[in-house]
Write a protein that binds this ligand. Sequence first.
Ligand SMILES: [Cu+2]
Length: 284
Amino acid sequence: MFLKKIGLGVESVAAFLVTAGAALAAQPQPWEINLQPAATPVMEHIEDFHNLLVALITIVSLFVLALILWILVRYNQRANPVPSKTHHNTLIEVIWTVVPVIILVVIAIPSFKLLYFEADMPKPDLTIKAIGHQWSWSYQYPGQGDFEIASNGLTTIDAAAGRAPDAAAKAGEPRLLGVDNPIYVPVNKVVHVETTGADVIHSWAVPAFGVKMDAVPGRINHTWFKVTKEGTYYGQCSELCGAAHAFMPIEVKVVSQAEYDTWLAAKKKTASNTGGTRTAALTK
Ligand SMILES: [Cu+2]
């Protein structure tokens, strides 16, 4: 309850500070100072934890500021010409040891709860495999059709340098976030994500899902998400992976089960193994 109250407080202040008309969107907004709206239970927990920390940091900072101001006013040379030679005060020493310990325990409990919640994947409804390449993502849907789709960013490094047109604007997609071939997942389903890298370490991250998992060559990492709202969600590679690191975005369309089934059927027929040759060694 306490958390929820603080959460609401922080969010409404943030909403006021940003803009009155900022719509909910799964992508960064101009002048945004808060986290992107949560689309999964994991991200809701992360938000709660973040709000608790912001409240604690604010209280501690204001308290320290008040102490400093008090010292400046009360104990400056003019106000206090004869300094006290007191040292050691058992009560104060106990307080300044015990109170920080209590604060750390208050932080540790929800922190561990969150870690376990993230690590405890419910029984997955489907698995997707995200493979990071220099510099794009490709995806496989193990057990749901033997296909692989390549997902290339629409804003290229050449477009950003002014050497080529930016296809993102033309496609009605946000700059640096839109891709030519978004992946689809069904709403309210537990999606198990496997990540790996084809060349160097990348990281598959979608902020609204509360998901960020390194994609390491020769390894499979696991994470999961369950999106509760249909929509388009954007993320980016979050491990510095080379010159075009900023140009390998992630776009996930969260749709109804029926729409997902239609997409999957179409992909099974048409998706060529676009990334197949590059990742053949990895998929065996
Ligand atoms: Cu990368």
